[in-house]
Structures are given as structure tokens and as C-alpha cells.
Ligand binder design. Structure first.
Ligand code: WTA
Length: 638
């Protein structure tokens, strides 16, 4: 497959960038023409950020799976679409060609249809990293059902919150998921969540083991049993649902600085264009390359660069069920050698943990097939960048530091592998269509270079968030109201003398733990559910491997209570209400929190204490009771 819009030189980058800003409609229309549409659009883009109301390719009709799958069948469909590597290195891998993946997707789409799932209905997927997850995602898209993947590490309560918010009618899950030495009992978590979820009419359970009893009620059925009832030949002939460009493709819940996670909604046409365009350009994908994204499909990176981006480009995508350090920290290198991976896309947290492992034999693996290395999810420190470059890439692979968010659908700021220069710890330059700007606290634009500020984007790109599910106002408040007329990212950034961007981290109350977003308010709400807890305040602190760790200050009266034991219980409470990813690393039981006279917690002070810098607290005179600070500094941490 030839990509008409792949940028092949730095000159072309400059030209395409200029063209995309000058006439976005013309630029994206040309890109969109590369795809299969059932009907071409009437208008390329229509937007205002006050609504917000963003519409790309209005009037256009398509089905994204025809672009991911059917389009690649014209040449026989025998190229590899998906390679699956088990958690256990000894278990046989699985491969799907575009043809066999198409068949599985069509068959499961028919299963969904038979259960009455219609266009626009929501389907939640709570599964491990098995090929059936990708099949289920695409099957939903095939029939126009809106998929909402829930990461396998979330608790029953988190699942229930999402399922209820989305009013999902069907859930696909697995009996268990394997991750390293852990066996996660997904189905029993679903059983618990279902006690609260009245909208769900059917649960489909994919068996990962051979010995579990998983089917408890008539509204549950095994994946393989359901699939075996379908006439496959007939299913393949069923037409994909014709979707409007702006119909929702999926909902993905993500944490913000307030309240419960919100359902970020992406639409069919724009998301398709954006994931494909960014995939072939950032990584400079070449036909025949094997692409290995280590992200779980429960996160946006898995959606955009393990499924949609690569498949749209006709690339082979490698999905790995396990974790980088099981059974040893050589696992990724083993996989790269075994399959001859060309692109490795992973998170700084994984790089740092492999770098820290003294037993890692990375230098013993030549990994000659590697061409491009990618990083995403959090700022990468220069030391990790250099280690990645020298030890994994042997100094000959390009590194792309890709900055983006769940809300952006795909990469917005990155160097283009081998085309535009990399700079360690900088995401560097915007992709065509992206106009970043920095503003100060008052929303005034900071011009010139060598400035730091809050990162905003000026105009819509095809992959931008369309709404937050069921609550458009929240979308407006969160992203489009802080600085009217602009999309606000929630990140801080610095622009260097050449116009390169370095993302410095969140400027709101959102933590980034191992590349996963969690709002401090969400963790506090969970902690406060613990009986006896009066109030809590959660802040982040620098963590060598995870980037940030979670530090919770908790007010709990009753001096007789064993604080160590209490800390264990509070951690269990957080796991119960959110899941293990939100478990505080440190808990300190306190008698009071530093508050202003108006009752606002001064997080700045808590952050300094958590960072181990109690002498750099700054002005504490505005506190209602400055003595609580001394108490906290002299207290114990568990
Ligand atoms: C952070 C993940 C620095 C950032 C795709 C953003 C990054 C949040 C980078 C989004 C990067 C992502 N350099 N920081 N290359 N990529 N981030 O929604 O703070 O899970 O706002 O999307 O991750 O996280 P999300």
C-alpha cells in the first residue's frame, strides 16, 4: 500500500504544515480521499469551540472497518494483520491475516446482531489482552455499536460507573486475564458489577482457560459457543453498517480533575483520518513492517496505535498479553527478535523499569529488525531517552516522542522518525493541522521562544474529542472554557529557541502514574469512603519508575488506631472503589490539612512535603492554622 500523504522530507513537512494551516479543508479533503467512503462528504469541516461543535466530513458515509479490513482484501488479504503473543512464552502464538481477521470480525458482528445490538447501542468490553478483544472492538464498529473498552485493572465499582453512564446493553468479558504472574478473575468482577447494571441484557464470556465454570445465568453465553452458532459464510456477506462521519465510534472513560471519569467520545470519519495519518507519518511506517505497541487496549494508545492506526494502514500489529518483565526483563527483546519487530512503541515507565533492572541482558540482543522507537504517555527524562536510544535502538533507530491525549484521538506533537530532528525530552514540532500555543494563567498568549505556559490548541483537527458522553456541558467546561476559543490540554509546556515543545506535565489536579491518568479528586473520593475517614488530600510526588507516585494525607480521628494497619485498609478501599492502579504509594494519617481561611486546601504545601522538601514551603501565613504543617512534617508515612 502506498501512502499518498506520507511526509518524506523535512521540506515536505514544512510545506504540508503550511498548507494545512492555510487551507485545512483542502488539506484534509486530500487526505480523506485516500479512504473508502460509501458517500463523500458535503463539507470538510464545520466548527466553533463555543459549543463546542466540531464536524468533519459532514454528509460523508463510511464504515471504519471496511477501511481497516475489507480494503486490504483486494490484494488477497493474506498479509498478516494481527500477531498475538501470549503471557506465557511457551504458549503458541496466534496470527490472523486480514482475511481471517475479517472473518472473525464479521462472525462476531453477527453474534452481536443476534443479541439485538443495533447501531448506536453501547457495548462494554472488559477483557484481557486477547485477540478476541480486538475482534470485539472491530465487530462493534462493523455494526455501528459504540464500544467502550474498560481496562482490566478497574474494580467492579468502576465498571458499574462506566456501564451505567453509557447505559450499555451488552458486555463482553473473559473468565480470567493473565498478566505476568497474576491471574485476574475478570468474570467474577463483572458478576459483582452486574448487581448494579440494569441496562445490560447479555454477557458474553471469552474463555482464556479450559477449566473454569463461567456461565451462571441464561443471560450469559460463552464466546466460542456463540460464535459456533453463526453461519460464517453468510456473516462475511453481511454488509457493514453505513455510518455518518460524525456518528460516535467509541467512548473511552478517562479521569479529569473533578468528579467521576468522563466518557470521551470520538467519531468515525475524523478519528479514522487522524489515526491513520499520524501512524504513517510519526513512525514513518513502511509496508511490510511489524508494529509493536505495548499499550493495553483499555487505554487510548491501544485503541489508536494497536488497532485502528496500524490496521487502517494495512500494517501488521503485534499485541502482547503480558508485561515487559515477565518471565524476565528480557521479554520485550525476546519478542522483538522472535517476530522481527520494526516499530516498538512503549511508555517511559516501562523504559525506566527495564533500565533499572540489573539482570536485563538488553545488550545481548542485536534487535537488527528495529527501525523506529516510540514513547508516549508521560514526559521522558533524558537519561531514559538515551538508554532507549543506545541500548534498545543501538544508536541506529529513530526515537519519536509522541505527545497526545485520550481527547486528541491521536498524536499531535512529535518528531517524524528520520524526517524532522529529535531532541531528547522534547516532543518537538506539531503535526500538520495542529496549531499549539502557550498562554499564561490569564489566558494571554505567550509569544516568542524560550517561554513556558499552559498548552492550548487553536483549531480543530479531525481526531479531536466531540463530546463527553451524556454531558456536553462538561466537555465544554473541561476543555473549551478555561481559555475561551481554545482547546486547553491541561498540560504545561516549554517552547525552545527553535519552536520545539517540551511537555512538562499536568497543570491541573490530574496525576500521571506510569503513564495512566488518575484525578486526585477521584482517589480522594475513594479514600473518603473508608469508614471513619473525615477528609483526605492526594498529591503526586516524583517516582523513579512510575514518573509520579500517589501520596495521600488522610484525616482520621482516634489516636488509638494503628496507623500502619489503617493505611493498609485505606489502600484496600481505593482498590475496591477504583482498582489497583489508583492505590496510594504513601499514606500519612494527619489531624488536619493546611487550609486557607476560606477552607481551600493548599496543595502546593502538601506537594512540597510529599516531594521531601519541607524547607521550601513558601509563604504559609495565609493558612488558617499554620501549626498543622509542622505536625504533618513530623508525622509518619506508611
Ligand atoms: C501525558 C495518552 C509528555 C500528558 C496518549 C497528557 C505526555 C496525558 C506525552 C494524556 C509525552 C502523553 N510527553 N507527556 N510524549 N504523552 N503525555 O489521555 O500529560 O492517557 O495530558 O493519553 O499524558 O494521557 P492519556
Amino acid at each position: 500500500m502506498h501512502f499518498v500523504h506520507q511526509i518524506t522530507s523535512s521540506d515536505q513537512y514544512l510545506k504540508d504544515y503550511a498548507a494545512s494551516i492555510e487551507n485545512p479543508a483542502l488539506f484534509w479533503e486530500n487526505v480523506a480521499n485516500e479512504f473508502t467512503w460509501r458517500r463523500k462528504w458535503d463539507t470538510v469541516v464545520d466548527w466553533d469551540f463555543d459549543g463546542p461543535n466540531v464536524q468533519w466530513f459532514k454528509g460523508g458515509k463510511l464504515n471504519i472497518t471496511e477501511n481497516c479490513l475489507d480494503r486490504h482484501l483486494q490484494t488477497g488479504g493474506n498479509d498478516i494483520a494481527l500477531v498475538w503473543e501470549s503471557n506465557e512464552p511457551t504458549e503458541l502464538n496466534k496470527t490472523y491475516t486480514f482475511k481471517t481477521l475479517h472473518e472473525e470480525v464479521c462472525t462476531f458482528a453477527q453474534v452481536l446482531r443476534n443479541y439485538g445490538v443495533n447501531k448506536g447501542d453501547r457495548v462494554c468490553l472488559y477483557m484481557g489482552m486477547v485477540p478476541e478483544l480486538t475482534i470485539a472492538v472491530l465487530a462493534c464498529a462493523r455494526i455501528g455499536a459504540i464500544h467502550s473498552v474498560i481496562f482490566g485493572g478497574f474494580s467492579a465499582q468502576s465498571i458499574a460507573d462506566r456501564v451505567i453512564d453509557a447505559q450499555a446493553c451488552l458486555i463482553v468479558t473473559c473468565d480470567v486475564a493473565f498478566r505476568g504472574v497474576k491471574e485476574i478473575p475478570l468474570k467474577s468482577v463483572i458478576d459483582e458489577a452486574m448487581l448494579q447494571c440494569n441496562s445490560v441484557k447479555q454477557v458474553i464470556v471469552c474463555r482464556r482457560t479450559h477449566n473454569s465454570t463461567i456461565i451462571n445465568t441464561p443471560s450469559e453465553i460463552g464466546w466460542h459457543e456463540a460464535m459456533s452458532k453463526i453461519d460464517r459464510a453468510a456473516a462475511i456477506l453481511q454488509k457493514a453498517e453505513v455510518m455518518e462521519s460524525e456518528d460516535p465510534l467509541f467512548i473511552l472513560y478517562t479521569s479529569g480533575s473533578t468528579g467521576k471519569p468522563k466518557g470521551v467520545v470520538h467519531s468515525c470519519g475524523g478519528y479514522m483520518i487522524w489515526t491513520h495519518y499520524t501512524f504513517v507519518n510519526a513512525f514513518q511506517y513502511q509496508p511490510g513492517w511489524l508494529h509493536f505497541c505495548t499499550a493495553d487496549i483499555g487505554w487510548i494508545t491501544g485503541h489508536s496505535y494497536s488497532i485502528y492506526g496500524p490496521l487502517l494502514a494495512g500494517a501488521s500489529t503485534l499485541q502482547f498479553e503480558g508485561i515487559p518483565n515477565y518471565p524476565s526483563s528480557n521479554r520485550l527483546w525476546e519478542i522483538i527478535e522472535k517476530y522481527q519487530v520494526a516499530i516498538l512503541y512503549t511508555a517511559p515507565t516501562a523504559i525506566r523499569s527495564l533500565m533499572a533492572d540489573k539482570h536485563s541482558l538488553v545488550d545481548d540482543y542485536p534487535m537488527a529488525s528495529l527501525k523506529v522507537l516510540g514513547t508516549v504517555g508521560e514526559p521522558i527524562n533524558e537519561e531514559a531517552w538515551r538508554w532507549y536510544h543506545e541500548h534498545v535502538g543501538k544508536g541506529r533507530c529513530e526515537i519519536v516522542d509522541t505527545w497526545w491525549q485520550t481527547e486528541t484521538g491521536g498524536i499531535l506533537i512529535t518528531n517524524l522518525a528520520g524526517i524532522t530532528p529529535a531532541k531528547p525530552s522534547f516532543a518537538t514540532l506539531p503535526l500538520p493541522g495542529i496549531e499549539p500555543l502557550l498562554v499564561d494563567e490569564n489566558g494571554l498568549e505567550l509569544f516568542g521562544n524560550n517561554v513556558s505556559g499552559n498548552l492550548c490548541i487553536r483549531k480543530p483537527w479531525p481526531g479531536i474529542i466531540r463530546t463527553t458522553w451524556g454531558d456536553h456541558e462538561r466537555c465544554k467546561q473541561t476543555y473549551f472554557s478555561t481559555y475561551p476559543g481554545l482547546y486547553f490540554t491541561g498540560d504545561g509546556a516549554l517552547r525552545d529557541e527553535l519552536g520545539n515543545y517540551r511537555i512538562t506535565g499536568r497543570v491541573d489536579d490530574v496525576l500521571n502514574i506510569s503513564g495512566h491518568r488518575i484525578g486526585t479528586a477521584e482517589i480522594e473520593n475513594a479514600i473518603n469512603m473508608h469508614p471513619g475517614v473525615i477528609e483526605s488530600a492526594v498529591v503526586g510526588y516524583p517516582h523513579d519508575i512510575k514518573g509520579q507516585g500517589i501520596y495521600a494525607f488522610v484525616i482520621y480521628p482516634g489516636i488509638d488506631k494503628d496507623h500502619a494497619q489503617l493505611a493498609v485498609q485505606i489502600k484496600a478501599t481505593v482498590i475496591h472503589f477504583i482498582g489497583p492502579i489508583a492505590k496510594p504509594d504513601k499514606i500519612q494519617i494527619v489531624t488536619g490539612l493546611p487550609k486557607t481561611r476560606s477552607g481551600k486546601i493548599m496543595r502546593r504545601i502538601l506537594r512540597k512535603i510529599a516531594e521531601g522538601e519541607p524547607n521550601a514551603l513558601g509563604d504559609t501565613t495565609t493558612l488558617l492554622d499554620p501549626s498543622v504543617v509542622d505536625d504533618i512534617i513530623s508525622g509518619h508515612v506508611f
